[in-house]
Design a protein around this ligand. Sequence first.
Ligand SMILES: Cc1ncc(COP(=O)(O)O)c(C=O)c1O
Length: 413
Amino acid sequence: MHNSDNESFQKGLTRRGFMKGAIAAGAAVTLSDKLAMATKMISGKAPTIEAVRGVGVDPGLVRMSLNENPLGPSPRAVEAIADRMFGVNRYGTELGDLMQALSEFDEVELPKRDPNRSFFRSPPGPFILSSGSSQILGLLSLAYLSREGGEVVEAEFGYGQLSRAGSFYKEIFGVDVNVIKATMTKGYKHDLDVMADLITEKTSLAVITNPNNPTGTLLQTEEMDQFITKIPSSVVVVIDEAYLHFAEQDPIPSAIPLALKYDNVIVVRTFSKAYAMAALRLGYGVASQKIQTELRKYSTGGPNVLASVAGAAAVRDLDHLQKSREVVWQFKHRLYEEFDKMGLEYIPSQGTFIMVNINRSSRAVVTEMRKRKVSVSSRRQDEFKNWIRISAGTDYETEVFLKTLKDVLSKAS
Ligand SMILES: Cc1ncc(COP(=O)(O)O)c(C=O)c1O
């Protein structure tokens, strides 16, 4: 803390001093205390929707539908925003620090830069920063599907943003794009042999979401490496690692070495999940200069400064990241345990969510649950008519979800 901050902090008179005090106090409650409190509340008492106090939502509401992080962001990230927000009249020069933090976390070397030169004049490195990872996926679709047409190969139950973009360009602009859906394995995993076989001369993009949304299945880096060596280098392989940090594996597996090894591979990451900053819109990619040059042709700007400083602080808060992972793991294991008892089929997940087959129309059940203020997803109706996807909640939210689900199922036919 700077000296001037220290003084005002002690006096508690300035806005910044007030904010910092409030954040420090909030931080102290949001982390381990909150989990301990929730556990204490659950034991011996039936959980109630009225008592739910979800982070970032109105009291009395359980939102487990949007794959958000229930723990909330690192207090260090919030503090970084508070520190910077009174200076937003100045353009941001902090992107370099975010890249530095990422280079340490992802063990990626940055090109040497002259500290006397502006960050914007520094040699380009492997990172591309964006306003949410959707922006990078959007740039990929513009660069590799919208102009001369092309072909996208993606798993049948994949995330689908690039496939939807391909269909959109074809339908609205008449661009010659093929959207090819690859069947998955019986366990809802990417079948990379099937994907490789479907690739043609026209294929411009092959998309792997790892872990996959919504099936939560995970591929190992070596499997993807073999796939890449099998297919033409003209195909850009997109590896979307939005949920990677939640893999129950240490060290966290990463495809970044593949993006550094191959010119035609891009790894895409987001701050919306592991770092709980969905509304701040921050994402990044790791890719060769060849891919970056293509994306830059369509770029309309990168992340804002508050997202950048928060991102750098969040990446350095390894303790909070680990807490996030553990909250999600706890949620999933609790659900597995209960679904086993209920005899429901589910897909074990390495993401922040679980797909479960409730053996009846999921739309009706989701609507009924929403009336009881518990929100889960039934969006994949074409493929998963009887399934719901539940995103991670805290202990208490998870107990309320289970109680509500059981109640609704007992009344539904
Ligand atoms: C697999 C996957 N990729 C990308 C995104 C987009 O994330 P964002 O634009 O918030 O970074 C999501 C969001 O849910 C996702 O599930």
